[in-house]
Write a protein that binds this ligand. Structure first.
Ligand code: NAP
Length: 254
């Protein structure tokens, strides 16, 4: 019988860091389910790129801000696992999907706060809880924080606080899921050139140069700087890394 590939679920795999991570994971011989919120075509492109690497892939729609849809989503994942991967369970969950909202502490509205808490904290909390029934023992969960949880930049109070909450949650998850051999780690990218926050790190020259000048390696990050670390955390070589915050920022604001 053919050996079954391991399977990863990457939220927000249509663009940016999630897409890069999904492709790097696929390069390790791991099958991948990516999710998208609205950009179905982009997600399908990711699926095609992954299939060209010789592993299996599928795309599913998911809004991480709406936990009332998660039971239905998990049912869809189960159906897809059966039909596309001939499997009942998956091995890795990457909680990547997210947005940036720039607002000073003084001006953050309750609406902005609720949106950030739903997408960056409540969503990954309950999605992971509901996914536990389909994550194999010995698997791994990778959460995504930000450099902004370690240092503070004006305009990211709510966002940075949600990422800080995810860092604390990661330790609790690692403690409670260790009995199943499930490792839980969190990566914290620095500023990376993606569409995030309207693409400001990539498109605003002044911002880009300012961050580069505060980064030991002298430039801002690229998606290619990040995905490989996520993929590494899905390998046997990373089997003793657990409950860690791994910053991937080129040495930002040291
Ligand atoms: P991005 O390029 O804007 O991509 C965002 C991804 O998340 C897309 O796949 C998008 O789907 C999906 N998404 C957005 N809102 C969603 C929702 N409500 N439900 C489900 N999916 C949703 O952003 P990125 O830079 O790759 O960011 C990915 C993660 O890295 C986020 O958690 C972010 O906080 C974190 N991060 C980013 C940076 C940075 O500088 N870029 C730094 C530190 C941490 P659609 O394509 O369908 O819209």
């Amino acid at each position: 019988m053919e050996k079954q590939n391991k399977i990863a679920l990457v939220t927000g795999g249509s663009r940016g860091l999630g897409k890069n991570a999904a492709i790097k994971i696929a390069k390790k011989g791991i099958d991948v389910i990516v999710t998208y919120q609205s950009k179905k075509e982009e997600a399908e492109k990711t699926v095609e790129e992954i299939k060209q690497l010789g592993v299996n892939a599928a795309a599913l729609q998911l809004d991480v801000s709406d936990s009332s849809t998660f039971d239905h989503f998990i049912t869809e994942v189960k159906t897809t696992l059966k039909s596309t991967f001939q499997a009942d369970q998956l091995d890795f969950l990457v909680n990547n999907a997210g947005i940036g909202i720039h607002a000073s502490f003084a001006e953050t509205t309750e609406e902005q706060f609720d949106s950030l808490v739903n997408i960056h904290f409540k969503g990954p909390f309950f999605l992971t809880q509901k996914a536990l029934s389909i994550i194999n023992n010995g698997g791994a969960i990778i959460n995504i924080s930000s450099g902004l949880a370690r240092f503070s930049l004006p305009g990211y109070a709510a966002y940075g606080a949600m990422k800080g909450a995810m860092e604390t949650l990661t330790k609790y998850q690692a403690k409670e899921l260790g009995a199943k051999g499930i490792r839980v780690n969190i990566i914290a990218p620095g500023a990376i050139e993606t569409d995030f926050g309207g693409g400001v790190v990539r498109d605003n020259e002044q911002m880009n140069a300012g961050i580069a000048s505060q980064t030991a390696l002298g430039r801002v990050g690229l998606p290619d700087d990040i995905g490989g670390v996520v993929a590494f955390l899905c390998t046997e070589e990373a089997r003793w890394i657990n409950a860690q915050r791994i910053e991937i920022s080129g040495g930002m604001f040291l």
